[in-house]
Design a protein around this ligand. Structure first.
Ligand SMILES: Cc1cc2nc3c(=O)[nH]c(=O)nc-3n(C[C@H](O)[C@H](O)[C@H](O)COP(=O)(O)O)c2cc1C
Length: 218
């Protein structure tokens, strides 16, 4: 199981072959299996396969990235930015499908109940304190990446397209209360990216456990 997870890669170059509707439906079905706060399922997804739709999205992001590059070039950090701008749009250029995940917030039920009893809900840090709807939709994005991997597809979840949020929103009719959570480029892989290093457990996990002899296992 772990090897299946560790062989997933962010793929940024795709073959020209289309991805069938059946495969895409399984990938999107996977998204709906994600857990969500009070099972709100606060997500929806635009799945763009039309050539003109994909081209419009890629162009919108590329143009914004070029605009940013030109601005940064006027300062003293052009070298720091380097080719980084390409990461904003590169995977979109050859993707056979572009998924634009969206989430919406709902009234925080528990916060409202607390308020009705005279409390300041902020004192209790309810679900809204962790942006629970965004977290749920991020979990759905991860299941998309994992199902894509299971199907032999390549995928790249990208924050870059946010720079063209307004144009993409206009193209896909994304209006309040819906908010974009980046975009996911999907397609049959045309590259085998190297494994990116991961921080070791010793850097990211703090164990709080019973010391030897103090536990409740025999
Ligand atoms: C929220 C998020 C935003 C990302 N944004 C971009 C992006 O804009 N462009 C890109 O090429 N990759 C993007 N990535 C992919 C990361 O670069 C990639 O996950 C990371 O380098 C680890 O590589 P791996 O996914 O192959 O293990 C993003 C990943 C996540 C989770």
């Amino acid at each position: 199981m772990l090897s299946w997870l560790s062989t997933r890669r962010s793929v940024r170059a795709f073959r020209a072959d289309p991805v069938g509707r059946e495969v895409l439906e399984r990938v999107m079905e996977a998204a709906t299996t994600a857990p969500s706060n009070t099972n709100r399922q606060p997500w929806r997804f635009a799945v763009v396969t039309s050539a003109s739709g994909r081209r419009d999205i890629a162009t919108a992001v590329r143009e914004r990235a070029e605009e940013m590059k030109a601005i940064i070039r006027r300062g003293h950090h052009a070298e720091d930015f380097g080719n980084y701008g390409d990461f904003f749009h590169e995977p979109l250029e050859s993707a056979a499908a572009i998924v634009v995940p969206q989430y919406r917030e709902y009234p925080d039920l528990i916060a409202n109940l607390l308020e009705s009893g005279g409390a300041n809900p902020k004192d209790f840090h309810t679900a809204s304190a962790m942006q629970a709807e965004l977290c749920s939709t991020s979990a759905a994005c991860m299941t998309i990446l994992l199902q894509a991997h299971a199907e032999g597809l390549g995928a790249c979840w990208m924050a870059g397209p946010m720079v063209a949020k307004d144009r993409i929103g206009a193209l896909l009719d994304i209006r309040e209360p819906w908010r974009m959570v980046g975009a996911i480029a999907l397609g049959w892989p045309a590259e085998e990216p190297k494994r990116q290093p991961r921080k070791g457990l010793e850097r990211v996990v703090n164990w709080f456990e019973d010391t030897a002899g103090g536990g409740d296992t025999p």
